[in-house]
Design a protein around this ligand. Sequence first.
Ligand SMILES: Cc1ncc(COP(=O)(O)O)c(C=O)c1O
Length: 363
Amino acid sequence: MIPYESLKTLNRPFEEKFKSKFAGFLDKGWYILGEEVAQFEQEFAAYHNEKYVVGVANGLDALILSLACCKFKKGDEVIVPSNTYIATILAIIQSGLTPILVEPDSRTYNIDPTAISSSITARTVAIMVVHLYGQCCEMDPILKLAEQHKLKVIEDCAQAHGAKYKGKLAGTFGDFGAFSFYPTKNLGALGDAGAILCKSEADYIKLKQLRNYGSEKKYHNGIIGYNSRLDELQASFLRIKLPHLDEINMHKRRMAAIYTENLNDSFIKPKLDPDFYNVYHIYNILHPERDRLKQYLLENNIGTEIHYPVAPADQLALKDYLKSFDYPISAKIHQQTLSLPCSFAHTEDNIFHITEVLNKFYS
Ligand SMILES: Cc1ncc(COP(=O)(O)O)c(C=O)c1O
């Protein structure tokens, strides 16, 4: 069986270092907001050639705390793609704001910049872009619109560690870049973890308060905060993996290139464009008989996933929160998308084999 993902295989190269870090961690006896978190924040900021990173508990909180920094008013509108993972929309709703869903481009799966302006109203305060599947959004026109309408830009980078648009890293375009280090992500922890990259020192100071009960100094709480701290142990594991992020991304790009070059044209493959450095968090194809294809691969001992089987507009949880439920482009993606194995844990032989099986689907 070739599984869709194997975290055990993925993390095997780092296991010895994890074990020795854990031994040191027990020795030290400092569990929350210590040196490892501070060092990771600096190193993750340096990776992006930026100054300010704040570690938080997970990717959802990274989005919520970014919004909390902005002092928006209840009911203000935030633009978000209609085909994102539900976490992006939940962050907006949990912040008392209104999500305004905008369709993606049918070939990049990312928010269609030309569809944004017609959704901007007097109440719009932010655009929350999502660099889905490891491919950056087309940021130039989005940033231009944000500037024209004085909107904040928050980037959901949960699937895009190290992805680039015109040579610039995901997370460095907007006011905030929100990252998840959920174990399957390109930079994945051994549990939940997240971080926010921000541009201004004022936001940096506020985010550090927000993640720790709103306290600036122990037991002195200046603002209403959360408990959303990046775990010290997870930070230490992330520090081991961060120097390998580019290698992990290059591996995934090699696996993706095998699919792209060898899969026949009955499958719609991710669009190639020299402006976009895709890190293939997910390598997806579109196929009209997606469910039969998934079953066929399973019968051939190949695991796949669907990101995502249910569109946000069809989620029961969102039925009282959306202004429209009609998103045909998004609906088609959700019906036809299939994610193929494309992990640091897979070998070129695995991918050539999967490609061969796929190309025989109709024979
Ligand atoms: C696009 C996107 N945004 C946000 C999140 C939330 O991250 P977390 O699970 O760390 O809260 C995820 C996680 O899968 C995601 O894929």
